[in-house]
Design a protein around this ligand. Sequence first.
Ligand code: IPM
Ligand code: MG
Length: 368
Amino acid sequence: MTNPSLLILAGDGIGPEVMAEVTKIIKWFGDKRDLPFDVSEDLVGGAAYDVHGVPLSDDTMAHAQEVDAVLLGAVGGPKYDDLDFSVKPERGLLRLRKEMDLYSNLRPAQCFDALADFSSLKKDIVAGLDIMIVRELTSGVYFGEPRGIFEEGNERVGINTQRYTESEIERVARSAFELARRRNNKVCSMEKANVMESGILWREVVQRVHDEEYPDVELSHMYADAGAMQLCRWPKQFDVIVTDNLFGDILSDTAAMLTGSLGMLPSASLGAPMANGRPKALYEPVHGSAPDIAGTGKANPCACILSFAMALRYSFDQGEEATRLEQAVEKVLADGVRTADLMQSGDGTPATTTEMGDAVIAALDASL
Ligand code: IPM
Ligand code: MG
């Protein structure tokens, strides 16, 4: 049997620094838990542009299609702001999502007890929060045609198209209902059926998939704007939220902020099963490339580490080992280890990226 394969695309900004900590943890699982991975590394985003003139080379794309899972750090930075739209770092990430057909993007928003004070909301509103946003990732206004900037009379017009087929809605709805069954059995679907035809279809299809295949799951519908409001008012009313690509982008940032730190949140982007039964998959932290702190040792590696935990759970069927890693992170936080993003001024000296990674490894050792 060959080892499962991982492709690491560390990318730009703090991506390589946080990924260096994940690499240590991958090695730990090989050494201490007899879970060896074949790891390869390649470029994405601005780092790929610098070498190849494109944010994702065809070779890297082909390799991503073959591996069991891709781990991505972050893409983008001010250095690339003036590049043509077609070669901006973000296009590399969007190409991976589209060509791997990663339609189901899982974004957990979980409030760690030790960090409840960091939320901008009152502690009792966020303590114990554990919700999962399922964002459709390969369609909608991100990819719909026609799109572009066109001449119209004596001015220009910018056009993007919101477009969803029934099958695109069905598959992401199924993925949300399946997840809900393994959680608290509740799904809230969000769209704007009051103003958008694509929203009317979205609501109808989610309801039909529910009635025909998942009648045991509790389903509700909300307009996305009201959903944003409810997320800030009383987020614990939600279990799984399923929504489209653009609303999911916005709502997941809102949900992330409730938890107090963007530096803690992982994500998984999953597609259809491959021949070996594993889903096509890419794992990445929710935070971006944070160019302002890149190279300073301030980055929090936890979101990237927890993204690897999601890989253990969703790609490699290692739920117990995923929990072990998540608990190690929780223990480190409970012990008071804090990177700069998890501190207020006057709180003392923060742990560096490397120290945080080492503390997680020590907690993993202690778990044996
Ligand atoms: C995200 C990001 C991306 C998106 C960008 C970097 C293209 O905001 O993953 O949420 O808009 O999807
Ligand atoms: Mg976003």
